[in-house]
Design a protein around this ligand. Structure first.
Ligand SMILES: CCCCCCCCCCCCC[C@H](O)CC(=O)SCCNC(=O)CCNC(=O)[C@H](O)C(C)(C)COP(=O)(O)OP(=O)(O)OC[C@H]1O[C@@H](n2cnc3c(N)ncnc32)[C@H](O)[C@@H]1OP(=O)(O)O
Length: 720
């Protein structure tokens, strides 16, 4: 785990714990033994700590967090490094994160290659740097920088870290050779000035202003998230207490966070997100045994909002895009909007003018679908209409080369139905982007009964390349995201006619932790989207939905969203939806009397006596139908595991990660309690099928003791 060798008068401690040199027990032990040996050996005059493989160290081993602490503590190992009278140099490449950076800060010097990154991402796991990081970082760099780094978890590129004083030197060429040269240059120099524990905190005279400003930002950015707040308090104590007392304070705060439910949720999230990448099809084909089709050229059909966003995602990572629209006017508009989005990115310094020009030079706009003949992958992004999509895929089948992967950005229509329009259903796969497609991180990839493993591998790989978090699901109407979200929308509308107002529902859900409430989400994605889907389904079933419709498909139906649509209140894009906005496309949601009156009038017309709806009821009626549907999705194998559902909710609907996602949240509340409440609502609202309790949930709720999430799927086939 740590290889010890000497090169002349220099001892080299090389951490070797693939893949990311996590500081597991054997690494800590190896470093502890290694530094003792180097200190004891009179022929050794300097020490280098370096990582083998792709990285210096990703920090403490997160898998060990659930277990009793064994072996030397990281702070003890660090203390030995710092107390060495022989200079110790950390030689950094790849990432130097968390406990890895803490080790580096115990060393007397830090050098790095230019591509290295350093950071304290502990906050993203709901904890703080617990091996002296909060006390040592503000002794090497300004306290404001330390507060920013520790409370956001952002990685800092080596050149910036040099500027901050965290690194002593950036080297070119072979890192070890350069480290040896550097070690020789400091051999024999006194190490005392390089011991951070002896240094004062930098910028301590500005502590109060810096702390207050950082705290304001943290509270604004992430309401309800404890870790950033506690991180700031820990850094503050570095400036207020002597070093050793600061360490004790850090330890107390660390233990507090480590035992919190937010930390449990975030650790779950860390592994869930990675597990989602290890996809597997029922055939046994998997990420491990399937190669993607190489993609060098792409096409996007539809230059509307979604098509524009998807094209931007592809252009940003250097894919050439053939953008197809049905007429020149729509095409020109689409290209103009793409250009505007890039200009905005330049204005916000997210890209350079040159990069923008390069991206724009990679678009080939056309109204001729034949231009797609040679692309490796095409994504259809036209509006949600079965006949239209089938027509496009029929044409693609004729036009595209045999190896092309044919993707659809449908958000609800079964991929089986779209693929059936082609003679190559194996090549057809769903790539469901979330609006705005160039901003939202989620890509819900959808396989049909015929989709080939290679097509799946290609879209999972594409997701990674364009910086998305991809989750693979099996096709059905609405897939995972919209199938669950749909019930929230239904239940929200029903609560509106019973007595709630949009701002009440949003406030409750925002207080719960959602970054925006469901009514604002509806305005953001467009009131017309739901309208189109409902009316498309009704049309397919030969039903006409009118303002008098009370039941549809045997279920209680609320016409309020349809009434909003008919008023042309389509959401943010028209400047009016469930709220009023400062302008079409505006962002500031304001309560609108017209909507309040519409809702009250609607209740009266329906003969419903409005009542006050409690916070608990709003929370349960928004969350539990989605959770119940999540269990059905698991029963049907539409999602392979509960973790995949939660990943979809973090990245598709901004569900607070520190609450773990709806399925994790259900496990925290207790499945028997969730089941009991769903049964209660089912009794009260018998005409809403989303309250019919899932069989899997029933089985899990009646287990003699709580079943851990990782074992839920073993109950899906059981006969209990
Ligand atoms: C009250 C009870 C007290 C009990 C106390 C017990 C602990 C005491 C410890 C006290 C000291 C605190 C020390 C320190 O302050 C705390 C920490 O260091 S926490 C860790 C901080 N580091 C991180 O959060 C980094 C996490 N990793 C990443 O961001 C990325 O993995 C990466 C390093 C940037 C690399 O990214 P990629 O190249 O994309 O690779 P992957 O992400 O796919 O990772 C590959 C593989 O490695 C696994 N892995 C990564 N990091 C860790 C880790 N720190 N520990 C364990 N495993 C890690 C990852 O899961 C992947 O594996 P796979 O899932 O594919 O099997």
């Amino acid at each position: 785990m740590v290889d010890y060798r000497t090169q002349g008068q220099i001892a080299i401690l090389e951490v070797n714990n693939p893949p990311v040199n996590a500081l597991s027990i054997h690494v800590r032990k190896g470093l502890d033994d290694g530094i003792s040996r180097a200190v004891r050996d009179p022929s050794v005059k300097a020490v280098i700590v370096i990582g083998k493989g792709r990285t210096f160290s990703s920090g403490a081993d997160i898998k060990e967090f659930n277990k009793p602490q064994e072996g030397p503590r990281l702070t003890m190992v660090g203390k030995k490094l710092e107390e060495s009278d022989k200079p110790v140099v950390a030689a950094i490449h790849g990432t130097c994160l968390g406990g890895g950076l803490e080790i580096a800060l115990f060393c007397h010097y830090r050098i790095a290659v230019k591509s290295a990154r350093v950071g304290f991402p502990e906050v993203l796991l709901g904890i703080l740097p617990g091996a002296a990081g909060t006390q040592r970082l503000p002794r090497v760099t300004d306290v404001a920088v330390a507060m920013e780094m520790i409370s956001t978890g952002k990685h800092v590129p080596a050149p910036k870290a040099l500027e901050y004083g965290i690194l002593d030197k950036i080297v070119q060429g072979d890192l070890l050779e350069e480290a040896v040269k550097f070690a020789k240059s400091v051999m024999g120099k006194p190490v005392q000035p390089c011991r951070l524990s002896d240094q004062p905190v930098k910028g301590a005279d500005r502590l109060v202003q810096v702390f207050d400003a950082a705290m304001r930002q943290v509270k604004q950015r992430q309401r309800g998230f404890m870790a950033p707040v506690v991180c700031l308090k820990a850094v503050r104590s570095a400036a207020e207490l002597p070093y050793n007392e600061g360490l004790l304070r850090e330890n107390t705060l660390f233990t507090e966070l480590m035992s919190s439910s937010q930390c449990a949720a975030l650790r779950y999230a860390f592994f869930a997100e990675r597990a989602a990448q290890r996809w597997q099809l029922p055939s046994g084909a998997s990420a491990a045994n399937t190669k993607p089709v190489p993609v060098k050229s792409t096409g996007v059909i539809g230059a509307g909002t979604m098509g524009q966003g998807i094209a931007i995602c592809l252009l940003r990572v250097d894919y050439p895009v053939i953008l197809v629209e049905q007429n020149q006017k729509l095409l020109d508009k689409g290209v103009e909007m793409i250009q505007l989005a890039f200009k905005d990115a330049v204005r916000r310094k997210l890209m350079t003018e040159d990069a923008m020009r390069h991206c724009m030079s990679n678009i080939s706009p056309t109204v001729d679908m034949q231009q797609l003949a040679n692309v490796d992958l095409v994504i259809e992004a036209v509006y949600e209409n079965v006949a239209l999509k089938q027509d496009i895929f029929r044409k693609l089948d004729v036009i595209c080369k045999p190896s092309a992967v044919l993707c659809t950005n449908t958000s609800t229509i079964s991929i089986d139905i779209i693929a059936s329009a082609t003679k190559r259903p194996g090549s057809v796969v769903g790539t469901h982007f979330f609006a705005p497609a160039h901003i939202m991180r989620l890509l819900e990839n959808v396989y049909s009964k015929d989709t080939s493993a290679q097509a799946v591998a290609t879209v999972m790989d594409l997701g990674k390349k364009i910086g998305k978090v991809s989750v693979l699901v099996k096709t059905c109407h609405g897939f995972v995201a919209n199938r669950m979200f749909h019930h929230q929308g239904q239940e929200a509308a029903l609560m509106l006619e019973e007595g709630a107002l949009p701002e009440h529902i949003d406030k409750v859900m925002e207080d719960f932790g959602m970054s925006i409430g469901p009514m604002k989400v509806s305005d953001l994605s467009g009131v017309d989207i739901g309208w189109r889907i409902r009316h498309e389904v009704a049309k397919m079933e030969g039903v006409e939905l009118t303002s008098q419709t009370r039941f549809f498909r045997g279920e209680r139906y609320c016409t309020l969203p349809d009434k909003l649509y008919e008023l042309g209140r389509l959401g943010r894009k028209t400047g009016k939806g469930w709220y009023r906005y400062e302008k079409p496309g505006g962002r500031v949601a304001m309560v609108d009397d017209e909507v309040t009156n519409l809702i009250k009038k609607h209740s009266a017309e329906m003969g419903i006596e409005r009542r006050g709806i409690s916070t608990q009821e709003i929370q349960e009626r928004i969350l539990y139908p989605a959770i119940n549907e999540g269990f059905r999705i698991l029963e049907e194998g539409v999602a392979a595991k509960p973790e995949d559902i939660d990943v979809i909710w973090w990245y598709g609907f901004s569900f607070p990660r520190y609450m773990g996602g709806p399925m994790f949240h259900a496990s925290q509340v207790g499945l028997s309690k969730v089941y009991e409440r769903i049964c209660y609502y089912h009794q009260n609202f018998p005409y809403s099928s989303h309250w019919v309790p899932s069989d899997l949930l029933r089985k899990l709720a009646s287990a003699p003791s709580p079943v851990p999430i990782s074992q839920w799927m073993s109950y899906s086939q059981s006969k209990l």
